[in-house]
Design a protein around this ligand. Structure first.
Ligand SMILES: Nc1ncnc2c1ncn2[C@@H]1O[C@H](COP(=O)(O)OP(=O)(O)O)[C@@H](O)[C@H]1O
Ligand SMILES: C=C(OP(=O)(O)O)C(=O)O
Ligand SMILES: [Ca+2]
Ligand SMILES: [Mn+2]
Length: 661
């Protein structure tokens, strides 16, 4: 025993007095005189460490009790259902050159000895001469794992996975940190040839059925070659009558957790009775496509086959491809049922007033629909049908760059256990995230279940919208912070789908990049933009919704000389739209774009409402305004030949609703 500071050996504990470093000595239990016990609880009921471990985890309770079951599924035993489920998964993973699907086993291969969930699929093993090695191998599936299980899988097996100080799962998406629209392919067949929008401006770049099958086989073979794959069986669309069952097969826990958060999570009962999915994604993102395959122009390919109801992902691990790929599918399926699909955020006031927020990436859909004073219905993808609106998703996907607790408290607080944080930078020791760090990418993201936002409206449905807000982040700084639109103007701006962002943050980039993306989501629509526009016009007219154009971009000059409109001001503008007070304001009409701008908005300095006021160089303002107007005009040329709605009246009005100069 070491000597203490004064050179004396400390006395035994229990003897009273002062111990080492002057601290009071530990007192042992009086009752335990002579024996050294560290607690008085009974010993654990285990003889070995393995027994102790087995005590720790109990088997999940079956949701339907096996005895005394009622309802249509009473005839099926637990075993029977589990067998059917494995057969369905095996069918999903079937390589089309082989007769049957792979032999599927549930559970982590690394934990077979511990997991009670190993259940063999009773495959009819057809004796065949040309048996390949791959057919001898079992495919282990990790089926609808919980966030906790997915965390463990990610941290154990996926490089770049860490728990941040707030409990979120930090992940890396690899070489791709954003979507790859140029690598998206859609199968052109007899049906889609007539139904879809092809050619100039369309996001649908064609591929043939055979090439799709080549890529599908490549993805399926890759997935079957792995130690294990993740399967998510989930739903899209909160409207129960138009709910779609989706299955996502992926190779990474990160992808599985992302989709767990983003799609609607089935209850255990719904999962038991899931049956066959309506749509399946094969995400083999780690594995590239073969560039010598017809139609491939890079090693990335995102392939959609509407007839087969399948999507294949090769060569990109960016999780947003899955979410937005399914959104494309909804943009096909829903309008066929007379339901309008919308790339918009959506929220609802206490009185049931619903607002839609359209806009391209980074314009504020997620930020502005997440509003502490209103119920969040969803941040990105919705349907508008005869009964009102419904969210397609079960989660939100927020941009995190420069996120602050003060400005966006609800999003900040949603970044906790269960949330996927993509491509963020954090302190190696404290695991505190630095949201201002763009070292990996500027497109850092958080994906969280919608119920992580305290005032989420569950189920995520609402009545018909009262306000339709078009968001444009105008880096030219010439669009007013807010203007009230006529129906024709709303359609003009909806079809134009304008935003201008700064290309990057490097010095020397003076010129903002204008983007026109029809329906504020050209990358995701499947039919001609005028189809969606006509539906929107009819719905807005029928339900008396008002259109608004809100510039969440620059004021007082273009990017470089002006500055971004304060989020606090934009929120005040949005508040005034929601409350109805802006509808009653006084308006004046702007030059060139002919926009109605209010003279006053509560909480917003009046001088910024008219952009010209904020520019010190009036000549530069006028030039920039005309430049932007020219860009709008050129872009709209592509639509002048199309009729919108049943008669020419609206079409003519829309054409007249653009800039005049
Ligand atoms: N005036 C403003 N209005 C809206 N967003 C703003 C404003 N100023 C800055 N921002 C920032 O712009 C980004 C908008 O992104 P986000 O809401 O995720 O867009 P979207 O959901 O449309 O892709 C957020 O990072 C937000 O903090
Ligand atoms: C996820 C995306 O959407 P947004 O930026 O609109 O949130 C995306 O465009 O990839
Ligand atoms: Ca979006
Ligand atoms: Mn968003």
């Amino acid at each position: 025993m070491a000597a203490n500071g004064n050179g004396r050996v400390p006395t035994a504990p229990g003897a009273g007095g002062v111990g080492r470093n002057g601290l009071a000595k530990i007192q042992t239990n009086k009752k335990a005189e002579g024996v050294c016990h560290d607690d008085s609880t009974p010993p654990v009921k285990a003889q070995t460490i393995d027994e102790l471990h087995s005590l720790q985890m109990k088997k999940s309770a079956p949701t339907t009790p096996i005895d005394g079951m009622k309802g249509p599924f009473a005839a099926f035993s637990e075993d029977e259902r589990s067998k059917q489920q494995l057969q369905s998964i095996s069918a999903s993973l079937a390589s089309l050159t082989r007769e049957t699907g792979p032999k599927v086993v549930k559970g982590d291969p690394a934990r077979q000895s511990e997991t009670p969930r190993v259940s063999h699929v009773s495959h009819e093993i057809t004796p065949t001469i040309s048996v390949s090695d791959s057919s001898l191998k079992f495919t282990h599936v990790l089926y609808n794992l919980s966030p906790a299980e997915l965390y463990e899988q990610a941290i154990k097996y996926e490089k770049g996975s860490f728990i941040t100080s707030s409990g979120a799962l930090a992940t890396l998406s690899g070489a791709k940190t954003g979507r790859s629209p140029k690598d998206k392919r859609v199968v052109r067949d007899k049906t889609t040839e007539d139904d879809l929008w092809w050619g100039k401006g369309s996001p649908n770049i064609e591929m043939d059925e055979h090439t799709f099958m080549v890529n599908r086989e490549r993805a399926v073979d890759y997935l079957n070659s792995l130690d294990k794959v993740f399967i998510n069986d989930q739903f899209l669309n909160w409207d129960p009558e138009n709910r779609i069952k989706v299955r996502i097969v992926s190779a990474r826990a990160y992808h599985s957790l992302f989709m767990h958060n983003m799609c609607i999570r089935p209850t255990p009962e719904e999962l038991e009775n899931f049956g066959t999915p309506d749509f399946t994604i094969y995400n083999a993102g780690q594995f590239p496509c073969n560039r010598y395959t017809h139609y491939m122009t890079s090693s990335t390919s995102i392939d959609l086959n509407l007839a087969r109801r399948e999507m294949v992902i090769l060569g990109t691990q960016y999780a947003g491809e899955m979410k937005k790929g399914l959104f494309s599918v909804m943009h096909y399926l829903m309008p066929k049922r007379q339901i309008l699909s919308l790339h918009s955020g959506c929220n609802m006031g206490k009185d049931g007033d619903v607002a839609l927020f359209f806009g391209l990436s980074g314009t504020g859909k997620t930020t502005l629909s997440t509003d502490h004073n209103r119920y969040l219905i969803g941040d990105d993808e919705h349907c508008w049908g005869d009964n009102g609106v419904s969210n397609i998703e079960g989660g939100c996907y927020a941009k995190c760059i420069d996120l602050s607790r003060e400005k966006e408290p609800d999003i900040w607080n949603a970044i906790k256990f269960g949330t996927v944080l993509e491509n963020v930078v954090f302190d190696e020791h404290t695991r505190e995230v630095d949201y201002s760090d763009k070292s990996v990418t500027e497109n850092t993201r958080a994906a969280y279940p919608i119920e992580y936002i305290p005032n989420a409206k569950i189920p995520c449905v609402g009545p018909h919208p009262k306000n339709v807000i078009l968001l444009a982040c105008d880096a030219f700084g010439v669009l007013p912070p807010v203007s009230k639109l006529s129906l024709a103007q709303t359609m003009y701006h909806f079809i134009s789908g304008y935003t201008a962002l700064v290309a990057g943050t490097e010095d020397g980039i003076k010129e903002p990049q204008a983007t026109f993306s029809a329906c504020f989501g050209a990358a995701f629509i499947m039919m001609h933009p005028t189809k969606y526009a006509a539906m929107l016009a009819a719905k807005m007219e029928q339900h008396g919704a008002t259109g608004w154009l809100v510039n969440t971009g620059w004021s007082g000059g273009r990017y470089g000389s002006g500055s971004r409109i304060k989020l606090a001001y934009t929120r005040k503008i949005i508040d005034a739209i929601h409350s109805g007070s802006l509808l009653k304001a006084n308006y004046k009409k702007t030059e060139v774009f002919g926009l109605q701008i209010p003279t006053e908005v509560e909480g917003v300095p009046s001088e910024i409402l008219e952009p010209m006021n904020t520019w010190s160089d009036k000549k530069a303002y006028k030039e920039t305004l005309l430049k932007l107007a020219g860009l709008f005009k050129t872009n709209f040329q592509g639509f002048v030949a199309h009729k919108i709605g049943k008669d020419d009246k609206l079409t003519d009005e829309i054409l007249a609703a653009g800039p005049v100069f």
